[in-house]
Write a protein of this length. Sequence first.
Length: 631
Amino acid sequence: MQFLTSLLVLWSVSLAAVASPAPSSITLQKPFNATATLEHLIDDVNKKTCSDCQDILLWLQAVARRGLDEFSKLWQDLCLEAQGDTVDGCNGRQLQDAVPLAYVLSNMDIPSHTSTIFCNVVFSQCDLPPVRPYKIPFPKPKPAKSLPRVSGKKPINVVHISDVHVDLEYVVGSNYNCSNGICCRVTNPIDGPKFTQYAAGPFGNSHCDSPLSLEKSMYSAINEIVPDKEFTLFTGDLIEGATWLSEAEAVDDMNDVHLRQSTLGQVYPAFGNHDTDPVDQFPLEGLPLTRDWQWVYNTISENWKPWIGEEAAQTVKTNFGRYSIVRPDTKLRIISMNTMFWMRVNFFMYLREMPFDPNGQFAWLVEELQKAEDNEERVYIIGHVPMGRVDALWDYSEYFDQIIQRYEGTIAGQFFGHTHHDQWEIAYTDYLNQTAANAVGVSYITNALTPTSGNPTFRVYSVDPETWSVLDYTTYFTNMSLATFQEEPKWEKYYGFKETYGPLVSPPYTDPSAELTGAFMHNVTEVFVKDDAQFQAYNARKTRGFGVTPCTGDCKYMEICQLRSPQSQFNCIGNAVNAQEPANFTKREAEFYSHAVDDCHQAAWEGTAKAIRADMSGFKRKLVRRYGDEL
Ligand SMILES: *[C@@H]1O[C@H](CO)[C@@H](O)[C@H](O)[C@H]1NC(C)=O
Ligand SMILES: *[C@@H]1O[C@H](CO)[C@@H](O)[C@H](O)[C@H]1NC(C)=O
Ligand SMILES: *[C@@H]1O[C@H](CO)[C@@H](O)[C@H](O)[C@H]1NC(C)=O
Ligand SMILES: *[C@@H]1O[C@H](CO)[C@@H](O)[C@H](O)[C@H]1NC(C)=O
Ligand SMILES: *[C@@H]1O[C@H](CO)[C@@H](O)[C@H](O)[C@H]1NC(C)=O
Ligand SMILES: *[C@@H]1O[C@H](CO)[C@@H](O)[C@H](O)[C@H]1NC(C)=O
């Protein structure tokens, strides 16, 4: 443990070095009350240390080295004992998670950089180590001059949808208030239409993922409201929130949603973390695994082929779900990434040495962007998880931002989903001095169809037909609270970005032909800091006015911080570099908190991990009883 201690000291020293210039530059004043926010979340995690966690990893590793079967049995039993999940969950998802967990644990150096991050993510122990310095290699220096941003020509419409989460097993009249992880299904007879008093309606329920009827209704509305749309971006997550599907079910779900999305005409899709089985898990290249994940890429490649063509579909199949394609007869290139190779809940990331460029996706991205720059194309980058979220591992989030900054003149927009909420992330040339003048690109994050996180929506961008710059966006929604919703959802305009926020900044930013710039969006966040009513209105828009709860104190601080950070190390969560307050905001609580804010489907392993952490000596006694001293 000596080694560990000195390593941690080293890390905290360099973290302090990075963080030290921060105070003068934080423009948010802190109205915090950590106690109030965390009261309901804190357990005895604060008494545990990072080395306790590394110790637990050694015990888990010992079991993992006895083989996958042994580890799976243990993980399943721990889950059942801890009631860390429903019985279905313990026998399903938890068992599937054992594959990546056993693999990475049995190969891990403990303690190490990898095991420390793993402890932070899985057991809420250990501060995240600072970003490992790595300079992304660029073939050419950034050009001094960039292409014009707007042409002034009549704008065209581009639709953006995300997180449809369609549940094919949704049963009208079934129980929306069930005791399983996923409701509005007849999992048990008592949840059936004749027995429950909590009957799910024909077009959906806010406790459940989307029924087919709601999905179809949205696609018809899009075709009706935006008949002249140029194309649609779909940023992933088509499978429902049940995280323990069979492979066959997952394939079926993907094929099925694809069929209905085809009614939209041209779609450019990206991979979501739910679009596989089990959720979140995507192995890195070349791992010697007993299970093969190629079926995921084969399925999606076949589905996407009619939209993206033979060649790009082949890239999807052989390159882990990514593609790059020039829209015919235009100067627009669409680059679709698989963001799951940069995410903390993809357990396959925790290799003994975490690679600087997993599956070569950064090198590939640079290659495609350089091609675009050379050809004077504009680029839309699409992906599922926005890179500034707590979900993104710090290193990869920083490396990605290097690329975005280098090619800012070529990139006309970045489009993401995953949070289910109407949000954005502004990139800056200097994260410790966030000003309008230093703002560069914007990542657009769109809300979900699934009613679990607010009223169902889609978004329409107004786009310059020549430069592809985003000039504005309008959110459409259907109001679940209307009496007529269950007869026929009515889709209508919710709000327009520029008409809502443009008049609030000084000078007003209302010219319809001006681009939505990072500078403008930064100024909007400045309004939020000063004018709480405007911030609360923004907060209500995140869920399209459904189930709105005020966001104050830490919640507000973190939300604004998040709008200003496409780099996860600066998102003010946990021990992020800019996170000065609240002082006692420990890593995992921050994560639970952010899940609560974002309505992400909670990962099933969290309950099991929490139980181990809560009673570490009990856990060790259990292993000794089970395996004796031979472990
Ligand atoms: C913070 O919240 C707690 C619990 O809600 C409350 O008891 C305490 O007075 C608050 N502190 C401040 C400074 O407002
Ligand atoms: C769900 O059922 C419980 C009782 O089992 C009840 O107290 C609660 O109000 C119900 N929730 C909803 C949203 O109907
Ligand atoms: C922050 O950036 C602005 C430009 O937006 C610059 O004028 C100012 O000097 C910078 N401040 C610091 C402390 O670097
Ligand atoms: C942002 O606000 C600053 C003043 O703080 C102003 O000078 C600048 O023009 C604004 N930029 C945009 C794009 O609104
Ligand atoms: C949705 O409808 C309800 C009931 O009519 C209404 O109170 C609410 O304001 C509506 N929501 C929005 C965002 O318009
Ligand atoms: C943080 O925790 C320490 C020790 O647990 C406590 O003394 C201090 O008051 C806490 N600070 C806040 C802001 O809650």
